[in-house]
Design a protein around this ligand. Sequence first.
Ligand SMILES: C[S@@+](CC[C@H](N)C(=O)[O-])C[C@H]1O[C@@H](n2cnc3c(N)ncnc32)[C@H](O)[C@@H]1O
Length: 290
Amino acid sequence: MKEDKVSSTALTVLQGILYTANRKKFSHLVTDDMKEACKKILKSSKEGQKRLKQLDNKVFNLSVPIIEKLMIPGITLHYVLRKKYIEEFVREAIKRGFNQIINLGAGFDTLAYRLSQEFNSVDFIEIDHPATQVHKEEALIKTKIDNLHILSVDFSKQNLEDELKKFKNFDSDKKTIFISEGVLMYLNEDSVRDLFNSLKKLTNSDMEFIFTFIEPMSENRDSYGMLLNLYLKIKKEHLFWNIKKGKIANFLKSLDYEQKFLIDTDSFKEMYLPDIQATLHRGEAIVVAK
Ligand SMILES: C[S@@+](CC[C@H](N)C(=O)[O-])C[C@H]1O[C@@H](n2cnc3c(N)ncnc32)[C@H](O)[C@@H]1O
């Protein structure tokens, strides 16, 4: 990502959640709490305020399904589904005694912000690229939550293990959940491997890692629209880390991890939309590993 620019995809995720919350068919998937937090974070930056305004614009709302169809059909609903699963997983992990939750590439995600207020005895750390982090900090600093901490790291340039070890709010003895949602695809494979290796070495207690990955686009052609396919044809290359679902267990093994669950689009459909017709994005899945 660009050095000095807030991640525009991180803003797009929040906007996509609020857009989905406004659709009758799917509004039940987004809690009021989540909506409020999304709005609060968007309001804190100029670009975010623009995105909020767009949501009130009729033309914008009419054009979203067309743009989605041309680029990544079903992507806004996908953001909501993946966030819903990750939240349920984290809540359940807290019940199992995990007391440190670390979100890698948190962007403008609201999970740590919301759960840190609900679970006072659990520590939450959000890590992101410095350019994105500054804007998040502005939004959260006014709230001052004692158990919510923020750290800037560029995963492609800095070593996560070194940076977290230096960070006073990180405790290597705590039972830790690491989250990486919609992030690994922006790194090259060496940085992804370094990140997995760092996490293993960071904790002396139980740790689990919930992350999302994308498959090569050729695996799910229908999940990518005409414009994106055209772009890829011209580019003739994949810019980001991707891996086939069938290969992820071995990839994890090579890094001394074990795959606990794999949640894909079929799982989302079964869990959250059993009786609802919807266009679902199939290019990204969630894995829980330890
Ligand atoms: C698509 S956003 C996802 C944000 C959030 N996890 C979510 O799902 O709502 C990707 C995030 O990855 C972060 N990111 C990308 N490259 C990074 C890097 N090299 N180091 C740290 N963070 C990075 C961006 O700043 C951005 O917040």
